[in-house]
Design a protein around this ligand. Structure first.
Ligand SMILES: C[S@@+](CC[C@H](N)C(=O)[O-])C[C@H]1O[C@@H](n2cnc3c(N)ncnc32)[C@H](O)[C@@H]1O
Length: 274
């Protein structure tokens, strides 16, 4: 039986949890044991290994760094969808863009970061929202940076091609305007792709970009981090935002007791206040 073949002993689970924590900030509690077993079982099979002790030895060994990327890719949770948590996109159209058209009228620049963008549905939703809003952004220099730790999902995001069922959550008029059917799949058009730069980035490591950003989307990412990691990250986001820039988090995330540099201004929407 597969379960017996790939027995995951406590010591190996602890080693793997420690590695995920130190490399990605992701907390693997005991409840995640079955999840890890399932995700890494596939890796073990691909490598021709028969148990997790061998896999731990591989990660700790000379060629460990090569496998580390596959390991991290295998344990990230990448669930996402187009226009997930739609109130954020309404807020972008109704509050943020009008605010930026006024505050940034001299530079005519808008900078948005989708941090932990997974396979790209989030930054493409941002791009479609900006391009279809009531205010024209003609003559504006608008850029969206989209980053993720998982090299597989970021490659998918950069391709911008999705199964047609996934694209069903794009409102029909936007799907018609911003996508094209390609061999039964849906491809994002150049108009949206041109706004977005995709890059691999570990949020725990140093960030090469200088910012500042007007808006940071970091939704459904910190839910996997412990409080000290969240505190450090939100502090860095505050530094990376314009003085009154916005931070948008996921539906089950909040900054209460974590930082007072960002204040709540809407449903899971924060604004830098110091
Ligand atoms: C559940 S998805 C959220 C996607 C999108 N933001 C949304 O809300 O639909 C979480 C993403 O965070 C990424 N992630 C996890 N830890 C990370 C880290 N340390 N640095 C960068 N991205 C990370 C994962 O690879 C995953 O794609």
């Amino acid at each position: 039986m597969v379960e017996e073949e790939f027995a995951l002993h406590d010591t190996d689970f602890r080693k793997l949890s420690k590695l995920v924590m130190s490399n990605a900030g992701i907390v693997l509690s005991e409840r995640k044991r079955a999840f890890i077993h399932g995700r890494l079982g596939r890796r073990l099979r691909a490598l021709g290994l028969t148990n997790f002790s061998q896999y731990c030895r591989l990660l700790e060994g000379r060629d460990g760094d090569d496998e580390l990327r596959n390991f991290i890719n295998a344990v990230t949770t990448n669930h996402t969808s187009f226009f997930r948590e739609p109130h954020h996109f309404d807020y972008l159209t109704k509050e943020i863009v009008p605010g930026l058209l006024d505050s940034n009228r001299d530079t005519r620049r808008m900078r948005i970061w989708s941090a932990g963008c997974s396979s790209g549905e989030e930054p493409y939703s941002i791009a479609m929202t900006l391009l279809s809003g009531p205010q024209s952004l003609a003559g504006w220099n608008v850029k969206i940076l989209a980053t993720d730790l998982d090299t597989n999902v970021i490659a998918h995001a950069a391709r911008g091609i999705y199964d047609s069922e996934r694209a069903e959550s794009i409102p029909a008029p936007l799907r018609k305007r911003f996508t094209t059917m390609q061999e039964g799949q849906v491809a994002m058009n150049d108009e949206t792709c041109d706004l977005i730069t995709f890059a691999h980035l570990n949020l725990l490591e140093s960030w090469p970009m200088s910012g500042p950003f007007d808006v940071i989307f970091c939704r459904n990412v910190v839910i996997y981090f412990d409080k000290p990691t969240q505190r450090r990250l939100f502090d860095r986001y505050a530094d990376m935002l314009k003085p009154d820039g916005w931070l948008i988090v996921g539906h089950s995330e909040n900054l209460l007791g974590i930082t007072d540099r960002l204040e709540l201004v809407g449903r899971t929407i924060y604004r830098r206040c110091r």
